[in-house]
Design a binder for this molecule. Structure first.
Ligand code: GLC
Ligand code: GLC
Length: 855
């Protein structure tokens, strides 16, 4: 309990009081909830919707609550205590700073500032970490692309604003220090970061080499990190400060002292940095600035951390030397060290987000819906688009590149905000497609090449490409993309129009049908962990990459539903291109598949999930465990299968009875209680976690969309609310992840910590929930022909308003409820229209008023 009294004021009061009584070590969160059987209601901050910020008021959140800096090429992850790291484009191959995983919630390695009172010798970090001293008025404001962390200690108020200016490969830290004492103060301010030797994986493993390679230069107070620049790299990092330095460090040991850590660096304690120059070991950057402040006086210090490349032939200055050529970097540094320019860049960033988020705004009777749709969910869609699943506090940045399936789905939530970047992403993805129509499961963002280590053979992958391209066409109407020549497997000479890639995606499945005429599953389908051909019996073997059986038997009903959906989307595209015969073919094949599903994929009351390698059913009433799954029931109903004959309604009712819980809908039931070699990774997870009956938030929206298709606005929105992070804010000590973004998973009812979220930020949940609420529940839906308005909202909503900027036209939409149903009558600029699709104005007007009456 050392440290308990020191930090206790940050603990939730209930927990603290009890702990004080019992003098026990305290844990917040699920453990507490589990032992008392009560749900705690506890928040660690609040939403400031006006400023589009989440304000954290207590630093020891259950887990690090993070934000992303940067939205183009330079990125940073930053926690509420200034932890996290930075990278250029690729979190594995171009890592600028170090971070230590496996310590969560102890979040460690970051952009740390230390302040030290010269007279008393007391030092502390205004962001709480890494010193964890007592602070007053701590707050961390996570905003759109920036984070500000501040507090007061020893009468000194300090706040640091971190952000990445648009169009630049650098981050700015603006530190403002104010003297709140009534006497003058003499303060030492220190900055610090630890450089990573570029390849984050190698940096964390290859010490026999790395302890010898580190190199830096210090010139005019700027610390340049140039490990390996002397040989094959033409890029370096820099860490600069706006003020005259009283010292610097570049060697970690000199800064920390032997056997010390970041919570009490020897040089900070001593109040003097030692001007070390790193040779090998662990290069770092620290600046020291001494400031004197009159009572009430404020000073600002700007720090820059950046990445820069030189042309290979111009690496050195003078040529032939080993000194970095700084000609092109110096002006950039000078520009942003000027606080005026930094402020201007910050304003520009605010404007940028203002305009992106302005593309769709809703005002509904539900504050959580508004907040997520208008601010945080859209913002999270941008992060998932940029990062895919590569870099968060749960994705180490060294494990995964950009997923083919994931990135295509991410487009659904992002395409309206940055169509040009969506276009580029679509073409990059298509270029990694294999000539068979199949796909590499992942590609590296830096090289844009398919990742051979992971390979392919996930038989759902190609269809997501059709879904992604279709979303792009519906948003933009940019048909030219279909004619873009794109390589297969990045092979020069293999270029074919994008449209052909889509054809191959579709045909991929037609040539891989199983005994019932359903699609063969291959390595896995959407559920990476349903590995029906793997039969792995070796510990540690990767289910994702181990050699599979040929797999001529195991079939996926989920892929079948996806095929029906993608076939219809492709048919619509083909017919708009005048390819009537082809469109017919896609429709015929989709219809055929639909009847195969109804014949062999229907279990009596819900859709089967799959057939295993022995031809046995998965997701059937006949199974002992895993009787019913969310994916096939979600996707088939989303695709409109069984709408006419009550099968969709029956499947959704079964999901409601057997899979829905108060914290969301679980993947399947009953959970697998032991390992099934013929099922693979799904049964490797303890019951209630991840794909083994966890609440996988990504797939919940499929059920929501299904419910809208049968007209159940109440239930659709209820499901939406169960996993809406803002609506779960009140139970933050149970939920534990950030209340402003979705997590991949919430522990299911079979787990001891039912309701606890994990793996926040990078998840298909962002795009799918955004898509479900905006396009299906609010019903403001893009189509190839125009904007469809078809809300299926709760009965007790009197209506809502929304604005949508679509293909250059602003639609001001007002929906009014006059009856309990979902029938809609639309007037456009005062004129009643037929149907519910608003086509673009023909008179060139840029603003349209749409009024819908629900009855
Ligand atoms: C992860 C993967 C995604 C997969 C899902 C279910 O979210 O990124 O591709 O579909 O898990 O296994
Ligand atoms: C594991 C996870 C799954 C994820 C996959 C990605 O299988 O359980 O959720 O999609 O890894 O590689």
């Amino acid at each position: 309990m050392a440290g308990f009294t020191k930090y206790n004021h940050f603990l939730p009061s209930k927990v603290r009081d009890r702990a004080l009584e019992n003098r026990l070590t305290v844990f917040t969160g699920p453990l507490e909830w589990r032992t008392t059987g009560k749900e705690l209601t506890m928040k660690f901050g609040y939403f400031d919707d006006q400023s589009r910020e989440y304000v954290i008021t207590q630093p020891d959140t259950p887990l690090p609550w993070i934000n992303y800096l940067g939205c183009e090429a330079y990125f940073g992850i930053i926690s509420n205590t200034a932890g996290g790291y930075s990278f250029y484009r690729d979190a594995r191959l171009r890592r600028l700073t170090r971070y230590r995983y496996n310590n969560v919630p102890f979040d460690f390695g970051g952009r740390y500032i230390y302040l030290r009172d010269q007279e008393s010798g007391k030092f502390w970090s205004p962001s709480w970490q890494p010193t964890r001293h007592e602070l007053t008025n701590y707050s961390c404001r996570h905003g759109m692309g920036y984070t500000s962390i501040g507090s007061t200690a020893n009468g000194i108020e300090a706040e640091t604003r971190y952000f990445v200016p648009l169009g630049e490969n650098l981050e700015i830290w603006q530190l403002t220090v104010t003297n709140r004492r009534d006497t003058p103060a003499k303060i030492n301010a220190f900055s610090s970061i630890e450089f990573c030797l570029w390849d984050a994986q190698d940096d964390a493993t290859n010490f026999q080499r790395n302890f010898n390679t580190g190199q830096v230069e210090v010139e005019d107070g700027v610390i340049y990190h140039k490990t390996e620049y002397r040989e094959r790299r033409n890029h370096f990092a820099y860490f600069a400060c706006s003020e005259k330095l009283a010292g610097f460090e570049t060697q970690r040991e000199s800064f920390l002292g032997r056997y010390r850590s970041w919570d009490s660096p020897a040089a900070v304690e001593a109040g003097q940095l030692g001007n070390s120059i790193a040779h090998g070991w662990s290069p770092m950057g620290a600046h020291q600035v001494n400031i004197e402040l009159e009572p009430g006086e404020t000073k600002q210090i700007v720090f820059l951390l950046g990445y820069h490349e030189n042309p290979v032939a111009e690496k050195f200055d003078p040529p032939g030397s080993q000194i970095i050529n700084k000609k092109t970097v110096k002006p950039v540094i000078a520009k942003y060290l000027d606080a005026k320019n930094a402020d201007a860049a910050f304003d520009e960033l605010r404007q940028y987000w203002q305009s992106l988020l302005g593309i769709f705004q809703v005002n509904s009777p539900d504050a959580h819906t508004n907040r997520m749709v208008n601010i945080w969910n859209a913002y999270q869609c941008m992060a998932t688009f940029n990062m895919s699943r590569s870099a968060s506090f749960y994705e180490s940045g060294i494990g995964r590149g950009l997923g083919f399936r994931d990135s295509n789905q991410d487009l659904l939530g992002f395409v309206h905000m940055a169509p040009a970047r969506a276009r580029e992403r679509i073409l990059d993805l298509a270029a990694t497609q294999l000539p068979t129509g199949g796909a590499y499961h992942q590609y590296q963002p830096l090289t844009k090449r398919g990742n051979n280590d992971i390979g392919g053979g996930f038989n759902d992958d190609p269809h997501w490409h059709i879904i992604g391209v279709s979303a792009y066409l519906k948003e933009t109407g940019d048909w030219s993309i279909l004619h873009e020549p794109v390589q297969y497997d990045n092979e020069p000479g293999s270029e074919q129009p994008l449209y052909e890639h889509l054809q191959r995606s579709f045909n991929y499945t037609l040539s891989r049908l199983g005994p019932h005429g359903l699609p063969l599953i291959g390595r896995a389908d959407w559920n990476d962990c349903l590995n029906l051909n793997c039969f792995s019996d070796t510990p540690g073997q990767s289910f994702q990459t181990t050699t599979n059986k040929e797999g001529k038997v195991a079939e996926s009903v989920f892929i079948a539903g996806l095929f029906v959906h993608s076939g219809r989307e492709l048919a619509a595209i083909a017919s708009r291109c005048g390819l009537t015969e082809e469109a017919e073919k896609y429709l015929t094949e989709s219809a055929k598949m639909e009847s195969v599903i109804l014949e062999h994929g229907w279990d009596g009351a819900w859709f089967l999930r799959a057939y295993n390698d022995f031809g046995g059913k998965i997701g059937s009433k006949e199974c002992e465990e895993g009787k019913i799954f969310i994916e096939s029931n979600g996707y088939c109903t989303l695709a409109g299968i069984g709408l006419d004959d009550g099968k969709a309604a029956s499947a959704l009712a079964a999901v409601n009875e057997q899979l829905a819980t108060k914290h969301g809908i679980v993947v399947q039931q009953p959970a697998f209680t032991h390992y099934y070699i013929e099922m693979g990774e799904i049964s490797s997870y303890p019951p209630g976690y991840k794909e083994n009956a966890g609440i996988f938030c990504h797939v919940n929206p499929w059920i929501m969309i299904g419910e809208t298709r049968i007209g159940h606005g109440d239930l659709a929105h209820d499901y939406y609310s169960r996993i809406n992070p803002s609506a779960r804010e009140e139970i933050s000590d149970l939920h534990r992840c950030e209340p402003y973004v979705y997590a991949q998973m919430i522990a299911g009812k079979d787990a001891p910590d039912f309701g606890e979220a994990k793996n926040s930020w990078l998840t298909g949940t962002a795009a799918w929930n955004y898509y479900a609420i905006v396009q299906w529940i609010l019903g403001i839906r893009t189509t190839l022909d125009g904007l469809q308005i078809n809300p299926v909202v709760p009965k007790n909503w009197p209506g809502f308003t929304a604005t949508r900027l679509y293909r250059g036209v602003t639609y001001n939409i007002t929906i009014e409820r006059q009856g309990e149903g979902n029938a809609i009558a639309l007037t456009v600029d005062g004129k009643l229209i037929e149907g519910n699709v608003v086509t673009p104005p023909t008179d060139g007007s840029k603003e349209v008023t749409v009024k819908g009456i629900l009855s």
